[in-house]
Write a protein that binds this ligand. Structure first.
Ligand SMILES: [Zn+2]
Length: 156
């Protein structure tokens, strides 16, 4: 059964129907840095992305974060439901306004289940450890993710 879970990059873009891993097989994230890396890796896969209104194409996550404005707080519907191991994820979403003012959403859809589960479990554990709400934790994470991505050097 271990053969299913080799960590090849190709698996990151598999559709939702990824085979449910055996209970003992999914790795638990232990650091915030690892959680942030995992989120950034997923988010980068969502680009290029086009604004439905002005048709501006954001080529990279970095460009998107540089030129959009965060709106509200990110929401994890699974955390809200208290479910850290959803078989059918409700998903997570963060909305930012395009430079033209149109809201654009980045979603967790497409993230392999075992990755999503380990993120959810980490988040749940972390809210208790830090004594913060899920909303506060996600808002803090978003700031850190944005900061890290924007600070990355543009590939030449
Ligand atoms: Zn736009």
């Amino acid at each position: 059964m271990w053969a299913h879970y080799s960590s090849s990059r190709a698996q990151l873009h598999l559709p939702k129907k990824f085979e449910t891993p055996h209970l003992g097989c999914y790795s638990v994230i232990v650091t915030e840095a690892a959680a942030i890396e995992m989120m950034i890796e997923h988010l980068k896969g969502l680009f290029p992305k086009t604004c439905p209104n002005c048709q501006r194409v954001y080529a990279t996550l970095r460009e998107f974060y540089s030129d959009t404005t965060p709106v509200g707080n990110p929401i994890s519907y699974d955390l809200e439901a208290g479910d850290t191991k959803p078989q059918q994820p409700r998903g997570a979403v963060a909305v930012s306004n395009c430079s033209c003012g149109t809201p654009m959403a980045l979603r967790s859809d497409g993230m392999p289940l075992f990755r999503l589960w380990s993120l959810l479990l980490w988040a749940k554990t972390e809210t208790k450890r830090r004594n913060v709400t899920e909303t506060q934790l996600l808002a803090d994470l978003r700031v850190k993710v944005r900061k890290k991505v924007v600070a990355e050097t543009e590939p030449t």
